[in-house]
Design a binder for this molecule. Structure first.
Ligand code: DAK
Length: 266
């Protein structure tokens, strides 16, 4: 897709801004509820971005009013558990957390239920001062099903995670910042610009090193990863492997020559 070309779809707007892809949730009438078509489109877009070396960072944003009010309740309400388990659309939700390149959520307004889970599946979070975070699923008879209980437990610890998922309590942007749920909070008119600016900063880094950094941090947090020493060993191996890249040579050479590096992603 050429620079700045916008592909308008029904529920997701896909844009490319240089080496940064911007995915904007676009269902204002349903507060950006994450419907099957929307998540299918997101899965398709991420598959394309993974294969496209020109894309180095992905930003997922909502509008000023709402990031997302969760998965689409009207799609789920009549389902049995067997139907939910067999639903192929739901597997799309793992595409974000499995995406190998850095991802940033740009959040303003409500990030509720699956909306918060989508934000938590991203690597970094920029929030506007109006952002509101909650896992209200218990009040509609379920629990978070897309990583909310697990990611919040790891991020916030047992007591706060349980408080959120047992009561649905809302967390403000500033509280989220103090808890480490978001990386930064900015005035509402700046949240998207800030996320895109940050994405451009990261996209200027050598992409193979960025992918290795992400892989190593996520392995350290993965309970299935064999052990702490194994995670340290993986980090060491990833470090060594980068010495076969042109970008490592360029980065270190540019440093010694006191010039700006030009990374090629090789
Ligand atoms: N789904 C469908 N429609 C929604 C919606 C949602 N989550 N949230 C809002 N809407 C719709 C409303 O029905 C309403 O539509 P109309 O009546 O105008 O047709 C419109 O958006 C405006 O909403 P309200 O009239 O309610 O607006 P208010 O300002 O009064 O209230 C609100 C805003 C965000 C507080 C309220 O809309 C609200 O409480 N929304 C629901 C929040 C919620 O319970 N979210 C959790 C949903 S369950 C999984 C993947 C994902 C998930 C689980 C598993 N797997 C991969 C296995 C996720 C589950 C969930 O997210």
């Amino acid at each position: 897709m050429p620079d700045s070309m916008t592909q308008l779809t029904q529920e997701l707007i896909v844009e490319q801004k240089g080496s940064v892809a911007l995915l904007t949730l676009n269902r204002p009438e349903a507060l950006n509820a994450l419907s099957h078509p929307l998540m299918d489109q997101m899965g398709e877009a991420l598959k394309n971005f993974e294969a496209n070396s020109a894309i180095r960072v992905v930003v997922i944003a909502g509008s000023e009013r709402v990031f997302a009010a969760g998965a689409d309740i009207s799609e789920m309400q009549g389902k049995t558990s067997a139907e939910m388990r067999a639903d192929p659309h739901l597997s799309r939700w793992d595409m974000v957390s499995n995406f190998p390149k850095p991802t940033i959520a740009a959040i303003s307004g409500y990030a509720l239920g699956g909306g918060l889970e989508l934000a938590l599946a991203c690597d970094l979070r920029v929030a506007s001062e109006t952002a509101v975070f909650a896992q209200p699923e218990i009040s509609i008879g379920v629990i978070p099903g897309a990583g909310g209980t697990v990611r919040l437990a790891r991020l916030l610890g047992r007591a706060l995670a349980l408080e959120m998922v047992l009561t649905g309590r809302r967390i403000s942007a500033h509280e989220a910042l103090s808890l480490g749920m978001v990386n930064r909070v900015v005035p509402v008119e700046l949240f998207l610009d800030e996320a895109i600016k940050w994405a451009h900063q990261i996209s200027a880094m050598p992409p193979l090193a960025a992918a290795a950094a992400k892989k190593s941090v996520l392995s350290a947090l993965n309970p299935d990863y064999p052990s702490y020493p194994a995670a340290l060993k993986l980090e060491r191996e990833l470090f060594y492997s980068l010495f076969d890249t042109e970008d490592q040579k360029e980065g270190m050479q540019a440093f010694t020559q006191k010039r700006k590096p030009e990374f090629k992603g090789k």
